[in-house]
Design a protein around this ligand. Structure first.
Ligand code: SF4
Length: 506
C-alpha cells in the first residue's frame, strides 16, 4: 500500500528527517510503499509489544529494574530496534497502522493512548541526557537548562521545592526552565519552584511534561484519524485487516482441536468450577439453570467447548439434553438449534471452521443486553454484581478488592488473570491471558501439575502399526481411511499438521 506523499522541504531526505532521532512524537505519517504482508506483520508485532506493556504495567512498578528488563527482552524478541544506530522504520510505520485500527471507538482509543504513553515513557527514560535534550529541541520544546551560577543562586529554593532533590545532587543535575503553563501538573502538586511565570524542573521530572505533550498530540491525532475512517474503510484490502487488528488476538489458534474427544460430557460440570474462566463459568451455570442460552451465549460458549475438545456429536448431545429439559422439545431442537451447532463445526452453510472467541472479541464486540449471559463479566458486569459473583465463587475479600481495582482501571484481562491466580493458588500466573481457551489450558496445566488434560474415559489404545502419512493417503477405502485416521490422531506427535493434512485431503 502507499502512504500519501508529502512535499519535501529544502531537499532534506525525508527518511533522515523522520528517523534522525531514536524517539519521535509521530507527527509525520510514513512516506513509503509497503507490502500488505509487512503491514500486517508490523501491526501484529506492535500489538504484542503494547499488550506486554499493559501486562508489565500492572505486574511491576513502572520503570523498575524488572519492568525495564522484561520490556527490553520483548523489544528484542519482536525485533523492534530503536536505539541510535538501528533502523526506526518499523516503530514508525507500526504506530501509524495501529492508529488506524485503534481510533475507531472511545474504548480502543483510551487503551491505545495508555499503552503508547507507557512505551514512550520507558523509551524516553532510556535515552542518555544529551539525547533527551536533543529530542526536546527537535520537537519545539525549547526548554533550556539553567546555568551553574543560577543554580547556585537558587539552590535553597530548588532543594525545598523539588521533590527528591537534595543539596548535594542539585549541582550534579540539570534543571529546565519551562513556562509554567506547560507544567500545570507539577505546579498543581507543588513539586517545582515557580518564579516569574517559569518553573524550574529537575531532569527526572521533565518526562512529565513530555508525556503530557505526547498524550495530547496523540489524542488529537486519533480524533483526526477517526474522521478519515470512511475513506480508509472504502479500501477493501485494508478494512478487514484493520477490523481484525482492533479485535486482534495475537496468540495461539484454538480452532485447532488438540483435545478432540478427551473431554467427556460428565466432566463438564466439574471442569466449569475448576478450569473455566468466569465468562464460561457463568454461561454454563445459566445454561444449567434455565436450560437455554440466547444466540450470543450459544456462540461464545459453544465455540469454547469446541476449542476444549468437544466433538460435534458430543456438542449436539450436550445442547440437546440441556435444552429439552426446558421449553424446547427434541423436535424443535433438531429444527431450530442443531443446524447452528453443526454450522459452528463447519458442517453447514459456508463450512467455515469457526474459531473460539478471544478475550478481545468477547470484550469489544456484541455487548450483552437484558436476558443475555454472554460477554466478559469483568467488562460487562456492574461492579457490585461482579463482587457478588466473586463472593459466591469464594474469592477472598482482599482478592476481590484487587480484582475490582484492575476492573476500575479497565484492565479486564488482568483482572481475569488475577482471578486465575486466586482460584488456582498461584502467586503469579506464568502467562499473559488473551483467550478463554488459554485460561482453560493453563488451568489444566496447573491442576495437573504441569501435564495437559487427561481423559477420564477410555483412551484409545496405541496401535502397534506405525502408519505414515503416505500409507494413509494411498488407501482407497474411506472406511479404513477413517479408522486409521482415528488411530493416527492419537499417535501423531504433531497433531496440528496432521489435522491440516486431513482437512486438505478431505
Ligand atoms: S478476560 Fe477473557 S477469559 Fe476472562 S472472563 Fe473475560 S473474556 Fe473470559
Amino acid at each position: 500500500m502507499q502512504f500519501p506523499s508529502r512535499r519535501r522541504k529544502n531537499n532534506i531526505n525525508p527518511q533522515t528527517e523522520l528517523y534522525g532521532h531514536a524517539l519521535q512524537f509521530y507527527g509525520q505519517p510514513p512516506l513509503e510503499n509497503i507490502s500488505l504482508s509487512e503491514f500486517e506483520t508490523f501491526a501484529v508485532d506492535r500489538l504484542k509489544l503494547l499488550k506486554t506493556i499493559e501486562n508489565l504495567g500492572v505486574s511491576y512498578v513502572k520503570l523498575s529494574e524488572q519492568y525495564a528488563k522484561k520490556l527490553e527482552t520483548e523489544f528484542k524478541n519482536l525485533n523492534f530496534p530503536y536505539r541510535p544506530d538501528a533502523k526506526r522504520r518499523k516503530d514508525h510505520i507500526s504506530h501509524f497502522i495501529l492508529r488506524l485500527a485503534y481510533c475507531q471507538t472511545e474504548d480502543l482509543r483510551r487503551w491505545f493512548i495508555q499503552q503508547e504513553v507507557d512505551l514512550f515513557r520507558y523509551r524516553f527514560n532510556d535515552l542518555p541526557p544529551k539525547h533527551k535534550l536533543e529530542f526536546l529541541h527537535r520537537n519545539n520544546l525549547q526548554y533550556d537548562t539553567i546555568s551553574v551560577e543560577e543554580k547556585k543562586t537558587l539552590l535553597d529554593k530548588l532543594v525545598n521545592s523539588s521533590y527528591a532533590v537534595s543539596g548535594i545532587t542539585v549541582e550534579d543535575q540539570d534543571f529546565y526552565k519551562v513556562p509554567f503553563q506547560d507544567a500545570l501538573d507539577l505546579v498543581r502538586t507543588r513539586k517545582v519552584y515557580l518564579k516569574a511565570g517559569y518553573v524550574y524542573i529537575p531532569h527526572q521530572d521533565i518526562v512529565t511534561i513530555v508525556l503530557n505533550d505526547f498524550r495530547t498530540r496523540l489524542s488529537k491525532a486519533l480524533a483526526l484519524t477517526a474522521r478519515s475512517l470512511p475513506a480508509v474503510h472504502s479500501d477493501e484490502r485494508l478494512q478487514p485487516l484493520l477490523n481484525h487488528l482492533s479485535h486482534a488476538y495475537v496468540g495461539q489458534d484454538y480452532s485447532i482441536q488438540k483435545n478432540v474427544g478427551k473431554i467427556s460430557l460428565e466432566q463438564i460440570d466439574s471442569l466449569s468450577g475448576k478450569s473455566f474462566p468466569l465468562c464460561m463459568r457463568q454461561l454454563h451455570q445459566n445454561l444449567r439453570e434455565s436450560h437455554h442460552l440466547r444466540h450470543g451465549g450459544r456462540m461464545q460458549y459453544g465455540l469454547f467447548l469446541k476449542g476444549i475438545g468437544l466433538s460435534l456429536e458430543q456438542a449436539l448431545q450436550f445442547w440437546r439434553s440441556e435444552f429439552i429439559r426446558g421449553k424446547v422439545d427434541a423436535d424443535k431442537f433438531d429444527k431450530a438449534y442443531a443446524y447452528g451447532i453443526r454450522h459452528m463445526f463447519g458442517k453447514e452453510g459456508k463450512r467455515a471452521d469457526y474459531t473460539p472467541y478471544s478475550c478481545m472479541k468477547v470484550i469489544l464486540s456484541n455487548p450483552p443486553s437484558q436476558g443475555d449471559h454472554h460477554g466478559c463479566p469483568f467488562r460487562h458486569s456492574d461492579p457490585e454484581l461482579l463482587k457478588q459473583k466473586l463472593q459466591f465463587y469464594k474469592v477472598s475479600p482482599s482478592g476481590i478488592s484487587q480484582i475490582l481495582e484492575l476492573v476500575k482501571g479497565m484492565h479486564y484481562q488482568l483482572a481475569c488473570q488475577k482471578y486465575f491466580e486466586l482460584t488456582h493458588n498461584v502467586s503469579e500466573a506464568s502467562f499473559s491471558l488473551n483467550h478463554p481457551n488459554q485460561y482453560f489450558i493453563e488451568s489444566q496445566r496447573v491442576l495437573g501439575g504441569g501435564k495437559d488434560i487427561k481423559r477420564e474415559m477410555d483412551t484409545p489404545q496405541r496401535s502397534q502399526d506405525n502408519h505414515t502419512w503416505s500409507d494413509i493417503s494411498s488407501l482407497s477405502s474411506p472406511t479404513s481411511f477413517c479408522l486409521i485416521i482415528c488411530e493416527e490422531w492419537w499417535l501423531s506427535e504433531n497433531q496440528e499438521s496432521f489435522a491440516l493434512k486431513w482437512r486438505q485431503l478431505l
